[in-house]
Design a protein. Structure first.
Length: 387
Protein backbone atom coordinates (compact mmCIF):
# COMPACT_ATOMS: atom_id res chain seq x y z
CA UNK A 1 0.00 0.00 0.00
CA UNK A 2 1.34 3.43 -0.95
CA UNK A 3 2.02 5.80 1.92
CA UNK A 4 0.15 9.07 1.98
CA UNK A 5 2.22 12.11 2.78
CA UNK A 6 0.07 14.73 4.47
CA UNK A 7 1.44 18.24 4.60
CA UNK A 8 -0.37 20.83 6.71
CA UNK A 9 -1.26 23.96 4.81
CA UNK A 10 1.37 26.61 5.34
CA UNK A 11 2.95 29.52 3.61
CA UNK A 12 5.33 28.58 0.84
CA UNK A 13 8.97 28.21 1.74
CA UNK A 14 11.23 31.15 1.00
CA UNK A 15 12.40 31.00 -2.63
CA UNK A 16 16.01 31.34 -1.43
CA UNK A 17 15.92 28.77 1.37
CA UNK A 18 19.20 26.87 1.46
CA UNK A 19 21.14 29.60 -0.37
CA UNK A 20 23.66 31.90 1.29
CA UNK A 21 26.32 34.20 -0.12
CA UNK A 22 28.78 31.33 -0.37
CA UNK A 23 26.78 28.06 -0.20
CA UNK A 24 23.96 26.09 -1.80
CA UNK A 25 22.61 23.32 0.42
CA UNK A 26 21.32 20.20 -1.33
CA UNK A 27 19.37 17.39 0.35
CA UNK A 28 19.73 13.69 -0.43
CA UNK A 29 17.80 10.76 1.06
CA UNK A 30 19.24 7.40 0.01
CA UNK A 31 19.53 3.79 1.26
CA UNK A 32 22.95 3.77 2.89
CA UNK A 33 21.77 0.67 4.76
CA UNK A 34 19.33 -2.11 3.87
CA UNK A 35 18.82 -4.32 0.79
CA UNK A 36 19.53 -1.53 -1.69
CA UNK A 37 22.60 -0.13 0.08
CA UNK A 38 24.77 -0.70 -3.01
CA UNK A 39 22.76 1.96 -4.81
CA UNK A 40 23.86 4.60 -2.28
CA UNK A 41 27.15 4.72 -4.21
CA UNK A 42 25.24 7.14 -6.44
CA UNK A 43 25.15 9.61 -3.52
CA UNK A 44 28.92 9.23 -3.12
CA UNK A 45 29.24 10.07 -6.80
CA UNK A 46 27.10 13.18 -6.32
CA UNK A 47 29.28 14.20 -3.40
CA UNK A 48 32.51 13.60 -5.32
CA UNK A 49 31.35 15.65 -8.29
CA UNK A 50 30.19 18.43 -5.97
CA UNK A 51 33.66 18.40 -4.40
CA UNK A 52 35.19 18.62 -7.89
CA UNK A 53 32.99 21.65 -8.63
CA UNK A 54 33.85 23.24 -5.29
CA UNK A 55 37.57 22.73 -5.80
CA UNK A 56 37.19 24.62 -9.07
CA UNK A 57 35.68 27.59 -7.26
CA UNK A 58 32.04 26.53 -7.09
CA UNK A 59 29.26 28.04 -9.19
CA UNK A 60 28.93 31.83 -9.33
CA UNK A 61 30.95 32.09 -6.14
CA UNK A 62 28.95 29.51 -4.19
CA UNK A 63 29.98 26.02 -3.14
CA UNK A 64 27.64 23.05 -2.96
CA UNK A 65 27.03 21.53 0.45
CA UNK A 66 25.27 18.15 0.61
CA UNK A 67 23.07 16.95 3.46
CA UNK A 68 22.85 13.15 3.06
CA UNK A 69 20.45 11.05 5.14
CA UNK A 70 20.02 7.28 5.23
CA UNK A 71 16.50 5.96 4.63
CA UNK A 72 17.32 2.25 4.52
CA UNK A 73 15.12 1.84 1.39
CA UNK A 74 12.14 2.48 3.68
CA UNK A 75 9.66 5.07 2.34
CA UNK A 76 8.54 6.09 5.83
CA UNK A 77 12.12 7.07 6.64
CA UNK A 78 12.39 8.90 3.32
CA UNK A 79 9.40 11.02 4.25
CA UNK A 80 10.89 11.79 7.68
CA UNK A 81 14.23 12.72 6.13
CA UNK A 82 12.60 15.15 3.71
CA UNK A 83 10.55 16.76 6.46
CA UNK A 84 13.72 17.26 8.49
CA UNK A 85 15.48 18.85 5.51
CA UNK A 86 12.79 21.08 4.12
CA UNK A 87 13.68 24.25 6.01
CA UNK A 88 17.38 23.90 5.31
CA UNK A 89 17.87 22.91 1.65
CA UNK A 90 17.49 24.65 -1.70
CA UNK A 91 16.80 21.50 -3.71
CA UNK A 92 16.60 17.73 -3.21
CA UNK A 93 18.49 15.32 -5.46
CA UNK A 94 18.58 11.64 -6.34
CA UNK A 95 15.47 10.39 -4.53
CA UNK A 96 15.92 6.62 -4.74
CA UNK A 97 13.29 3.88 -4.98
CA UNK A 98 9.79 3.75 -6.45
CA UNK A 99 8.20 3.33 -3.01
CA UNK A 100 10.10 6.39 -1.77
CA UNK A 101 9.02 8.40 -4.80
CA UNK A 102 5.38 7.41 -4.39
CA UNK A 103 5.36 8.23 -0.68
CA UNK A 104 6.93 11.66 -1.09
CA UNK A 105 5.79 12.85 -4.52
CA UNK A 106 3.56 15.62 -3.15
CA UNK A 107 6.25 16.87 -0.77
CA UNK A 108 7.96 18.83 -3.54
CA UNK A 109 5.05 20.84 -4.98
CA UNK A 110 3.51 21.26 -1.52
CA UNK A 111 6.74 22.76 -0.17
CA UNK A 112 7.83 24.34 -3.47
CA UNK A 113 11.18 22.54 -3.44
CA UNK A 114 12.64 21.36 -6.77
CA UNK A 115 13.62 17.69 -7.15
CA UNK A 116 16.55 17.15 -9.50
CA UNK A 117 16.49 13.51 -10.54
CA UNK A 118 14.62 10.63 -8.96
CA UNK A 119 15.58 7.01 -9.37
CA UNK A 120 12.20 5.28 -9.52
CA UNK A 121 9.09 4.72 -11.62
CA UNK A 122 8.81 7.81 -13.81
CA UNK A 123 5.04 7.36 -14.13
CA UNK A 124 4.64 8.32 -10.46
CA UNK A 125 5.49 11.89 -11.45
CA UNK A 126 4.06 11.79 -14.97
CA UNK A 127 0.63 10.85 -13.60
CA UNK A 128 0.50 13.79 -11.20
CA UNK A 129 -1.60 16.87 -12.12
CA UNK A 130 0.24 18.88 -14.74
CA UNK A 131 0.49 21.96 -12.54
CA UNK A 132 2.67 19.95 -10.14
CA UNK A 133 5.17 18.95 -12.82
CA UNK A 134 6.91 22.30 -12.41
CA UNK A 135 8.98 21.02 -9.48
CA UNK A 136 10.53 17.96 -11.15
CA UNK A 137 13.48 17.50 -13.52
CA UNK A 138 14.20 13.81 -14.05
CA UNK A 139 16.59 12.01 -16.42
CA UNK A 140 15.76 8.35 -15.87
CA UNK A 141 14.39 5.59 -18.13
CA UNK A 142 10.76 4.58 -17.94
CA UNK A 143 10.54 1.02 -16.59
CA UNK A 144 7.72 -0.01 -18.91
CA UNK A 145 9.48 1.28 -22.04
CA UNK A 146 12.77 -0.25 -20.91
CA UNK A 147 11.36 -3.70 -20.26
CA UNK A 148 9.26 -3.80 -23.40
CA UNK A 149 12.50 -3.18 -25.29
CA UNK A 150 14.45 -5.66 -23.16
CA UNK A 151 11.92 -8.43 -23.69
CA UNK A 152 11.60 -7.70 -27.41
CA UNK A 153 15.38 -7.96 -27.72
CA UNK A 154 15.27 -11.34 -26.00
CA UNK A 155 12.61 -12.59 -28.39
CA UNK A 156 13.97 -11.15 -31.63
CA UNK A 157 17.73 -11.35 -31.07
CA UNK A 158 18.19 -14.20 -28.58
CA UNK A 159 15.40 -16.52 -29.62
CA UNK A 160 13.56 -16.46 -26.28
CA UNK A 161 10.48 -18.70 -26.38
CA UNK A 162 9.45 -19.32 -22.77
CA UNK A 163 9.98 -16.29 -20.57
CA UNK A 164 9.86 -15.95 -16.78
CA UNK A 165 9.91 -12.68 -14.88
CA UNK A 166 11.26 -12.38 -11.33
CA UNK A 167 10.41 -8.98 -9.92
CA UNK A 168 10.20 -6.74 -6.89
CA UNK A 169 6.55 -6.44 -5.95
CA UNK A 170 6.15 -2.66 -6.19
CA UNK A 171 5.97 -0.03 -8.94
CA UNK A 172 9.51 -0.93 -10.02
CA UNK A 173 8.64 -4.55 -10.79
CA UNK A 174 5.02 -4.03 -11.78
CA UNK A 175 5.82 -1.48 -14.48
CA UNK A 176 8.49 -3.85 -15.81
CA UNK A 177 5.86 -6.62 -15.89
CA UNK A 178 3.55 -4.39 -17.94
CA UNK A 179 6.33 -3.73 -20.47
CA UNK A 180 7.16 -7.43 -20.77
CA UNK A 181 3.53 -8.31 -21.39
CA UNK A 182 3.35 -5.68 -24.16
CA UNK A 183 6.44 -7.16 -25.84
CA UNK A 184 5.07 -10.71 -25.65
CA UNK A 185 1.73 -9.58 -27.11
CA UNK A 186 3.50 -7.77 -29.94
CA UNK A 187 5.54 -10.91 -30.72
CA UNK A 188 2.31 -12.57 -31.88
CA UNK A 189 3.01 -16.12 -30.73
CA UNK A 190 6.80 -16.17 -31.06
CA UNK A 191 7.15 -16.32 -27.26
CA UNK A 192 5.06 -16.59 -24.11
CA UNK A 193 5.34 -15.34 -20.55
CA UNK A 194 5.01 -18.59 -18.63
CA UNK A 195 5.89 -17.43 -15.10
CA UNK A 196 5.60 -14.11 -13.25
CA UNK A 197 7.22 -14.44 -9.83
CA UNK A 198 7.10 -11.47 -7.40
CA UNK A 199 9.14 -11.16 -4.21
CA UNK A 200 8.98 -8.81 -1.23
CA UNK A 201 11.87 -6.48 -0.51
CA UNK A 202 12.38 -7.88 3.03
CA UNK A 203 12.89 -11.47 1.83
CA UNK A 204 16.31 -13.12 1.71
CA UNK A 205 15.76 -16.82 0.94
CA UNK A 206 15.84 -17.15 -2.83
CA UNK A 207 16.15 -20.96 -3.11
CA UNK A 208 12.35 -21.54 -3.30
CA UNK A 209 12.08 -18.93 -6.04
CA UNK A 210 14.96 -20.49 -7.97
CA UNK A 211 13.17 -23.85 -7.80
CA UNK A 212 9.91 -22.27 -8.94
CA UNK A 213 11.60 -20.64 -11.91
CA UNK A 214 13.45 -23.81 -12.83
CA UNK A 215 10.25 -25.85 -12.67
CA UNK A 216 8.53 -23.37 -14.97
CA UNK A 217 10.71 -24.54 -17.83
CA UNK A 218 11.57 -20.98 -18.88
CA UNK A 219 14.51 -20.70 -21.26
CA UNK A 220 14.81 -16.96 -20.56
CA UNK A 221 14.63 -15.09 -17.26
CA UNK A 222 14.07 -11.35 -16.91
CA UNK A 223 15.17 -9.92 -13.56
CA UNK A 224 13.71 -6.76 -12.03
CA UNK A 225 15.32 -6.81 -8.62
CA UNK A 226 17.63 -5.06 -6.18
CA UNK A 227 21.35 -5.95 -6.38
CA UNK A 228 20.99 -8.04 -3.22
CA UNK A 229 18.04 -10.07 -4.48
CA UNK A 230 19.43 -10.44 -8.00
CA UNK A 231 22.74 -11.81 -6.69
CA UNK A 232 21.06 -14.15 -4.20
CA UNK A 233 18.77 -15.53 -6.91
CA UNK A 234 21.61 -16.05 -9.42
CA UNK A 235 23.58 -17.98 -6.79
CA UNK A 236 20.54 -20.09 -5.85
CA UNK A 237 19.86 -20.88 -9.51
CA UNK A 238 23.47 -21.97 -10.02
CA UNK A 239 23.25 -24.36 -7.07
CA UNK A 240 20.16 -25.90 -8.63
CA UNK A 241 21.75 -26.24 -12.06
CA UNK A 242 19.36 -23.80 -13.69
CA UNK A 243 21.02 -21.62 -16.35
CA UNK A 244 18.54 -19.80 -18.60
CA UNK A 245 19.44 -16.73 -20.62
CA UNK A 246 19.25 -13.83 -18.14
CA UNK A 247 18.22 -10.32 -19.07
CA UNK A 248 18.04 -7.53 -16.53
CA UNK A 249 17.58 -3.83 -16.01
CA UNK A 250 20.11 -1.01 -15.80
CA UNK A 251 19.37 -0.84 -12.06
CA UNK A 252 21.70 -3.81 -11.63
CA UNK A 253 24.00 -2.88 -14.50
CA UNK A 254 26.99 -2.14 -12.30
CA UNK A 255 29.97 -4.41 -13.09
CA UNK A 256 30.28 -4.83 -9.31
CA UNK A 257 27.57 -7.47 -9.76
CA UNK A 258 30.42 -9.78 -10.76
CA UNK A 259 31.69 -9.52 -7.20
CA UNK A 260 28.39 -10.03 -5.42
CA UNK A 261 26.72 -12.50 -7.83
CA UNK A 262 29.87 -14.41 -8.82
CA UNK A 263 31.04 -15.84 -12.11
CA UNK A 264 27.49 -16.78 -13.09
CA UNK A 265 26.88 -13.11 -13.89
CA UNK A 266 28.98 -13.56 -17.04
CA UNK A 267 26.84 -13.30 -20.16
CA UNK A 268 23.91 -11.51 -18.50
CA UNK A 269 22.20 -9.07 -20.86
CA UNK A 270 21.74 -5.61 -19.35
CA UNK A 271 20.04 -2.42 -20.49
CA UNK A 272 22.49 0.41 -19.78
CA UNK A 273 20.92 3.80 -18.88
CA UNK A 274 20.80 6.51 -21.52
CA UNK A 275 21.79 9.40 -19.28
CA UNK A 276 25.42 8.31 -18.88
CA UNK A 277 28.33 6.48 -20.45
CA UNK A 278 29.79 3.15 -19.39
CA UNK A 279 33.18 3.19 -17.63
CA UNK A 280 35.72 0.90 -19.23
CA UNK A 281 33.98 1.31 -22.59
CA UNK A 282 33.16 4.97 -23.23
CA UNK A 283 36.13 7.39 -23.13
CA UNK A 284 33.95 10.23 -21.80
CA UNK A 285 32.84 8.04 -18.88
CA UNK A 286 36.44 7.07 -18.19
CA UNK A 287 37.38 10.76 -17.97
CA UNK A 288 34.60 11.36 -15.44
CA UNK A 289 35.59 8.23 -13.49
CA UNK A 290 39.17 9.45 -13.26
CA UNK A 291 38.00 12.74 -11.73
CA UNK A 292 35.75 10.94 -9.24
CA UNK A 293 38.53 8.58 -8.18
CA UNK A 294 40.95 11.44 -7.69
CA UNK A 295 38.43 13.11 -5.36
CA UNK A 296 37.33 9.92 -3.60
CA UNK A 297 39.58 6.84 -4.04
CA UNK A 298 36.97 4.73 -2.17
CA UNK A 299 34.97 4.68 -5.41
CA UNK A 300 37.49 2.35 -7.05
CA UNK A 301 35.53 -0.62 -8.41
CA UNK A 302 32.26 1.28 -8.05
CA UNK A 303 32.67 3.68 -10.94
CA UNK A 304 29.37 2.82 -12.66
CA UNK A 305 27.06 3.94 -9.87
CA UNK A 306 29.41 6.78 -8.94
CA UNK A 307 29.05 8.19 -12.46
CA UNK A 308 25.30 7.55 -12.31
CA UNK A 309 25.11 9.85 -9.28
CA UNK A 310 27.62 12.35 -10.62
CA UNK A 311 25.44 12.87 -13.70
CA UNK A 312 22.60 14.05 -11.46
CA UNK A 313 24.95 16.60 -9.90
CA UNK A 314 25.94 17.67 -13.42
CA UNK A 315 22.27 18.36 -14.20
CA UNK A 316 21.93 20.54 -11.11
CA UNK A 317 25.22 22.30 -11.85
CA UNK A 318 24.11 23.08 -15.40
CA UNK A 319 20.91 24.62 -14.07
CA UNK A 320 22.80 26.63 -11.45
CA UNK A 321 25.22 27.95 -14.07
CA UNK A 322 22.36 29.09 -16.29
CA UNK A 323 20.47 30.61 -13.37
CA UNK A 324 23.25 33.07 -12.55
CA UNK A 325 24.30 34.67 -9.29
CA UNK A 326 20.83 35.94 -8.30
CA UNK A 327 19.68 32.46 -7.34
CA UNK A 328 16.12 31.54 -6.48
CA UNK A 329 14.17 28.30 -6.88
CA UNK A 330 12.07 29.88 -9.62
CA UNK A 331 15.25 31.06 -11.30
CA UNK A 332 16.65 27.53 -11.21
CA UNK A 333 13.44 26.13 -12.73
CA UNK A 334 13.53 28.67 -15.55
CA UNK A 335 17.20 27.87 -16.17
CA UNK A 336 16.65 24.10 -16.22
CA UNK A 337 13.95 24.59 -18.84
CA UNK A 338 16.60 26.07 -21.16
CA UNK A 339 18.69 22.88 -21.31
CA UNK A 340 18.49 21.49 -24.85
CA UNK A 341 20.30 18.60 -26.60
CA UNK A 342 22.97 18.55 -23.89
CA UNK A 343 25.27 15.65 -23.06
CA UNK A 344 26.76 15.93 -19.56
CA UNK A 345 30.55 15.76 -19.98
CA UNK A 346 29.86 14.29 -23.43
CA UNK A 347 28.08 11.21 -22.08
CA UNK A 348 24.86 9.44 -23.01
CA UNK A 349 21.89 10.40 -25.16
CA UNK A 350 21.04 14.12 -25.44
CA UNK A 351 19.11 15.74 -22.58
CA UNK A 352 16.33 18.26 -23.16
CA UNK A 353 14.03 19.93 -20.63
CA UNK A 354 11.42 22.59 -21.26
CA UNK A 355 8.29 24.27 -19.90
CA UNK A 356 6.27 21.23 -21.00
CA UNK A 357 8.97 18.58 -20.64
CA UNK A 358 10.30 17.28 -17.35
CA UNK A 359 11.79 13.89 -18.35
CA UNK A 360 15.07 15.05 -19.79
CA UNK A 361 16.00 11.76 -21.44
CA UNK A 362 14.25 8.40 -21.70
CA UNK A 363 16.75 6.00 -23.24
CA UNK A 364 18.67 2.75 -22.80
CA UNK A 365 21.07 0.64 -24.84
CA UNK A 366 21.41 -3.10 -24.86
CA UNK A 367 24.62 -4.38 -23.32
CA UNK A 368 26.13 -7.60 -21.99
CA UNK A 369 28.32 -8.60 -19.06
CA UNK A 370 31.61 -9.73 -20.58
CA UNK A 371 34.92 -10.31 -18.83
CA UNK A 372 34.09 -8.08 -15.88
CA UNK A 373 32.70 -5.23 -17.98
CA UNK A 374 29.31 -4.21 -19.36
CA UNK A 375 29.83 -4.05 -23.12
CA UNK A 376 27.29 -2.13 -25.28
CA UNK A 377 25.70 -4.18 -28.06
CA UNK A 378 23.57 -1.44 -29.64
CA UNK A 379 23.27 2.31 -29.92
CA UNK A 380 20.97 4.16 -27.53
CA UNK A 381 17.27 3.43 -27.97
CA UNK A 382 15.51 6.73 -27.26
CA UNK A 383 11.85 6.65 -26.23
CA UNK A 384 9.41 9.54 -26.13
CA UNK A 385 9.44 11.49 -22.85
CA UNK A 386 6.62 10.55 -20.48
CA UNK A 387 6.03 14.04 -19.15
Amino acid sequence: MALALIIPSAAAADDRTGVSDDKIRVGISTPISGPAALWSTAALGMNAWATHINEGGGIHGRKIELIIKDDGYNPERTVRNLQEMKDNVFVVMGLLGSAACEASKDFFPDNQIPLINAYGDIRIFADMPKEKHKWFFIAYPDYEDENEYLCSYGIESLGAKKIAHFYQNDDYGQKAEAGIKKAVAAAAGKAELIASVPYQVNERSMAPYAAQLKNSGADTLILTASPTHASLLIKAMAKQGYAPKVLTNFTVGDPIMYKIAGRNWEGTYVTAPGQMGMPGVDPAADRVAAILLEVDPRLKGREYLAIFGAVSMMHLAKGLELAGRDLTRQGLITAMEKIKDWKPEGMGAPVTYGPDRRQGVNAVRMSQARDGKIEPLTDFKVFAPRF
